[in-house]
Design a protein around this ligand. Structure first.
Ligand SMILES: *Cc1c(COP(=O)(O)O)cnc(C)c1O
Length: 383
């Protein structure tokens, strides 16, 4: 009898850990060397030649992320690490050729939409934006040239939930691959490759590193050796590489990811329930609330509902910004996934093309005690 597969929590706790055979150090060293000795027979005995091509800390991180996203799939799972989430996304889009077409979410991460609309249009890659919560709209947006369908779930900043399985079926029937940005959910809460996605993208900057002190990205691919080779060309040949220290820090973050996510989710749920019934709040976007339009799909495809939420303050932009300015435990800053709670007025950050309602505040719920966070919100929201 083969042993039961390990839980994601256990895999994460052991991410990147092997005892160093020389020193017996329990935590791996950081390899800053740029070059590695060649043997008399011309080989590279440890498989490393030059740090742009491959580095031990990068290889460790890539193996750990492939393991976490791959779950118990039997297919070949590859991971290619990048120096930022956007570099990872850029590399995925560079696997396309002139004449290809992408279907992307209407409320995609702002810079993804920007790249597709402005940059890749000049390289002859077409794009259509669709409401990913309606698989028939995805089908309608596809053309014979569609090679990639982009999913982001939960989405930013409206926390829309896309049914990964349904959209993957639509995409595959039209001959397109599916890429899913899994930054907000993390592989602890959602594993898109096991739901039919071909590629998963991460800004490791966020929950995976988890301390607001590393910028990083990664692409994890199920099968699709051509795509993996193209991604590796961008990384190894074009030199879009994360530093050994950054890879080491992300791998360290993975080891506490499970317990951090548990606390992020618990706190987000407490805040969502508090905000949901508050008279100064018009609407809460959080898939963990039973009345949220994405609740049912999220419950089906996620192990839990995540640490991000947004809410619309009654009174529009002026009132929303006054609330953000008045909070003391929430730092007014962009980004997410760190121990500290962050609040952001999205519409003014994104500019005129933003889909965020003027009264919307996005919250990255941190690891503080939820009672303290609720007391802070209560103080500024109460009229
Ligand atoms: C932050 C983020 C990115 C971009 O990652 P960077 O590391 O900032 O380049 C992409 N997608 C989502 C969902 C993000 O939150």
């Amino acid at each position: 009898m083969s042993p039961a597969p390990l839980h994601p929590t256990t895999r994460a706790a052991h991410a990147g850990l092997t005892v160093d055979p020389e020193t017996r150090a329990v935590v791996p060293p950081i390899h800053l060397a740029t070059t590695f000795e060649r043997a008399p027979d011309g080989s590279y005995p440890a498989g490393y030649q030059y740090s742009r091509s491959a580095n031990p800390n990068r290889a460790t991180l890539e193996a750990a992320l492939a393991d976490l996203e791959g779950g118990d799939l039997d297919d070949e799972i590859a991971c290619v690490a990048f120096p930022s989430g956007m570099a990872a996304i850029f590399a995925v889009l560079q696997t396309l050729a002139p004449g290809d077409h992408v279907v992307a979410p209407r409320d995609a991460y702002y810079n993804v939409a920007l790249l597709l609309r402005d940059h890749f249009a000049r390289w002859g890659v077409g794009v259509s934006f669709a409401d990913m919560t309606a698989p028939h709209e995805v089908a309608a947006a596809m053309t014979p040239a569609t090679k990639l369908v982009w999913i982001e779930t939960p989405s930013n900043p409206l926390l829309d939930i896309t049914d990964i399985e349904k959209v993957a079926t639509v995409a595959h029937s039209g001959g397109a691959l599916v890429a899913c940005d899994n930054t907000w959910a993390t592989p602890l809460l959602q594993r898109p490759l096991t739901l039919g996605a071909d590629l998963v993208v991460h800004a490791t900057t966020k929950y995976l590193a988890g301390h607001s002190d590393v910028t990083g990205g990664a692409v994890i691919v199920r099968g699709q050796t051509d795509t993996v080779e193209r991604l590796q060309t961008v990384q190894r040949v074009a030199g879009v590489v994360p530093s050994p220290l950054d890879c080491w820090l992300v791998a360290r973050g993975l080891r506490t990811l499970a317990v951090r996510m548990r606390a992020h989710v618990e706190n987000a749920l407490a805040l969502a329930h508090f905000l949901d019934v508050h008279p100064s709040v018009e609407r809460v976007h959080y898939p963990g609330l039973p009345n949220d339009p994405g609740h049912e799909t999220a419950a089906k495809q996620m192990d839990d509902f995540g640490g991000m939420l947004s809410f619309v303050v009654r009174g529009g932009e002026a009132k929303a910004r006054a609330v953000a300015n008045g909070l003391q435990l929430f730092t007014q800053a962009t980004s997410l996934g760190g121990p500290e709670s962050l609040v952001e007025h999205r519409a003014s950050v994104e500019g005129p093309a933003s889909l965020a309602p003027p009264g919307l505040l996005r919250v990255s719920v941190g690891l503080e005690h939820p009672d303290d966070l609720i007391a802070d919100l209560s103080r500024v929201l109460d009229p």
